[in-house]
Design a protein around this ligand. Sequence first.
Ligand code: DP6
Length: 356
Amino acid sequence: MSINSFVFDVPVEGCYQTKWEAPSNIALVKYWGKYGQQLPKNPSISFSLSKCFTTTEVSFSPRENGQEAFDFLFDQKKQPEFHPKIQQFLDRIIPYFPALQNHHLYISSQNSFPHSSGIASSASAMAALALCIVDFEKQFHNDWNDEAFLNKGSFLARLGSGSAARSIKGPLMVWGQSEAFSKSNDHYAIAPSVDWHTIFHDYQDTVLIVDKGQKKVSSTSGHGLMKGHPFAIQRFEQAHIHLGEFKTALTKGDVERFIDLTEAEALCLHAMMMTSNPRFVLMQPNTLAIIQKIQDFRKQTKLPICFSLDAGANVHLLYPLQERLSIMDFIQKELTTHCQKGQYIEDQVGNGAKKI
Ligand code: DP6
């Protein structure tokens, strides 16, 4: 795959408006560590979600002399604190789409979930913005099929936030070169043409909100600490092995193996944080209390429930749809007490981004 195929430098003019919705995702094999320009040190796989998403509308118009590159509204309000991240994203994608410099972007975004819920929104936000930009570019590519369009969308989204590369299609997305998946590569994520077992098509993800606050250490800094990390080589090897094993579990419907791998990945991610230099802990007492209760509950009831974690204190509870009633009962009776203001978000696996 040549990156040059992603460069599009025909200067264009005119107005264009588009709106996209892109989902959040939860990684099963975690991306933790990067090289070059937002390229992953190991491959990852994630479930795309369906109810947690960002909707972004962009109006492109010819840019006047001295005009800012963009205006940004979040929830209909100006939010300057988001500007540096958007500016960084635009700076990174301009080499692949120089014509963007001749345009002003009026960006308006909102999330389906509370912004202050502690749920990372950069994946869905960057994916939705990237898809609007690719949609603009698509006017000039009569030859593009859906796959070419989405690959470019994922490629640009990655430059905004690595995990955003996977917030494009569903139900499962693989990002990063892996022997287990043909066509997988470091530049953009793919939705592998694999017959995933039906049990995973509507798998549930209930996100227990342990902490709504800003993370003490950003993911971007955490990735940086994998450089020179004493366990980096072993970790990257393990991620490759886990990915192959996930492929088998996810196609066979082997929920027991799925649970084992999912929890191993979640804890290994946090083990990397706790053993980096400087080391840091993002789990909180309530995170551990929830993990303990999930493991005890699974042992007692034999119900197939497990947890995943991203780079924060919140806990993602993953389980099959058919077990929903008993597990919701457990969540309400046992787990909400460990959540900030008793809050949780019910979500499930989804099919990816869509144009609105
Ligand atoms: C723990 O994609 O947020 O959620 O590329 O610096 O924006 P940047 O990092 P980001 O890292 C996500 C890390 C993770 C694991 C994952 O989603 O794979």
